[in-house]
Design a binder for this molecule. Structure first.
Ligand code: ATP
Length: 231
């Protein structure tokens, strides 16, 4: 369970995030949408303790993210390429993470096998540094890394951005499989309303840092979002 209470983030005079209350139960696929600058990335960054909140708290599995370290063992995230080690090849990077998470070679292989379709023979065994990968392939490495070590909670910031259409479809399948098999709680921000409504159980709409809609009825989600974004 993730609990957000009285959360505010302010830069000088500007309040960019103001979320009085938000609860995300285990195994939920939680979608976050909103226009540019609405506060999606800021919310994820604060929830992951990458940026300190001005006020309020975030608890992941009953641990205050700003005070404890334990939640990190059960949390994976890929927000942007700064989270990767650009001077390594993807193979070297995954091996490094294997050691960090205390996985065996077989565990690593099992994990990477799940990404065979998504990687499309572009990522592994190529001797290309992460810094030289295309934007879409960087994203694939980051997503595979975020899902390593059997996380219970996974944050993905705009995971479909820069992926080709086949990869977007493969990623949706992969997320749904992980959710089914491992009960992973996913938090996914996206500008792609079709993908996010297809895979998420719930969509929260942010506007100027505030939650203005919390949609749980799958059959009505797309229509509600469509009418909001059409303006
Ligand atoms: N370090 C910072 N200093 C000042 N303002 C910031 C800082 N970081 C973010 N902001 C502001 O916070 C607001 C929310 O930005 P954020 O990146 O969270 O939005 P977003 O919903 O992720 O947008 P996008 O869809 O464009 O990625 C914006 O107005 C942004 O300019």
């Amino acid at each position: 369970m993730i609990q957000v209470s009285n959360l505010k983030k302010q830069y000088k005079e500007a309040v960019v995030l103001d979320v009085p209350q938000l609860e995300i139960p285990n195994s939920e696929c939680f979608g976050l949408v909103g226009n540019n600058g609405a506060g999606k990335t800021t919310l994820f960054r604060v929830m992951l303790d990458l940026v300190r909140a001005t006020e309020g708290s975030v608890f992941i599995n009953e641990q205050d993210v700003s005070k404890s370290e334990d939640w990190k063992k059960s949390t994976g995230a890929f927000l942007d390429e700064h989270m990767l080690l650009a001077y390594l090849t993807p193979d070297e990077y995954f091996k490094t993470l294997m050691k960090v998470y205390g996985l065996s070679e077989a565990d690593l292989q099992n994990h990477l096998d799940k990404f065979t379709d998504l990687f499309n023979e572009e990522i592994l065994g190529k001797k290309k540094y992460i810094r030289d990968l295309s934007k879409g392939n960087l994203k694939k490495v980051g997503i595979a890394a975020a899902l390593m070590g059997n996380p219970e909670v996974v944050f993905l910031d705009e995971p479909f951005e820069n992926l080709d259409p086949s990869s977007q479809i493969r990623l949706k399948k992969l997320i749904l499989e992980e959710k089914e098999k491992s009960n992973v709680t996913f938090l996914i921000s996206s500008h792609d309303l079709n993908h996010v409504t297809e895979i998420c159980d719930r969509i929260v709409l942010l506007e100027k840092g505030k939650i203005i809609n919390d949609l749980r009825d799958k059959s009505a989600m797309m229509q509600e979002l469509d009418s909001y974004f059409k303006g």
